[in-house]
Ligand binder design. Structure first.
Ligand SMILES: [Fe+2]
Ligand SMILES: [Fe+2]
Length: 193
């Protein structure tokens, strides 16, 4: 359902164990950036009524998630701060075509893959901390459903710019690239490191 070609390794869970606070701060930034991505797509494709409607909903939900993660940080006494961005988003965005309509398809499919990887990581994180931190486990389990829905929405919208078959082929290509990028990892502990 999530169209991912690989599962996260224990290397990321080691980062979770050693740098949980920093990963939670990064998660807040991820939600803020997810809202920005949806807003940018709406700005680029204003003539697509359906896209604008879906993006409006996603912007609202991502900003709500942003606020939820900020509250979680407050409850845990973790100060929200700027962080250097990890390489994941930059490497994925480098794959975006410069020509339309391929560009729209790529932007939407990359957004869909980021949502999918978030889902996978939220669920891993939730299981990983369940025994020692049920509150955090419940929090991550509660976010899974909406991020999975965002993944599906982005894939469906990509089909408005090309055929369903072309979408499927490009999604498979980009998903392979995403798996390679995630396998490279990053020394910076991040939600997508
Ligand atoms: Fe979100
Ligand atoms: Fe999302």
């Amino acid at each position: 359902m999530l169209h991912l070609k690989s599962e996260s390794t224990s290397q990321w869970l080691n980062q979770v164990d050693q740098h949980l606070d920093e990963i939670l701060i990064d998660h807040a930034h991820c939600e803020r950036k997810a809202a920005t991505t949806a807003m940018n797509l709406m700005n680029s494709y204003t003539e697509h009524r359906n896209l604008c409607r879906e993006m409006t909903r996603i912007v609202e939900e991502e900003l709500e998630h942003f606020e939820m993660v900020l509250c979680l940080l407050d409850e845990r006494g973790i100060k929200f701060r700027r962080l250097a961005a990890g390489p994941y988003g930059r490497k994925l965005n480098a794959l975006v075509s410069s020509q339309e309509p391929e560009r729209a398809v790529d932007r939407l499919l990359i957004a869909s893959l980021i949502e999918a990887r978030s889902c996978e990581r939220f669920s891993l994180l939730s299981e990983h901390v369940r025994d020692r931190d049920a509150g955090l486990a419940d929090f991550y389990a509660s976010l899974f459903e909406s991020e999975a829905r965002h993944h599906t929405t982005y894939v469906r919208l990509a089909e408005h710019f090309t055929s369903r078959e072309a979408t499927r082929v490009r999604l498979a290509q980009l998903s392979s690239e995403e798996s390679e990028i995630i396998a490279q990892g990053s020394k910076l502990p991040r939600m997508h490191s």
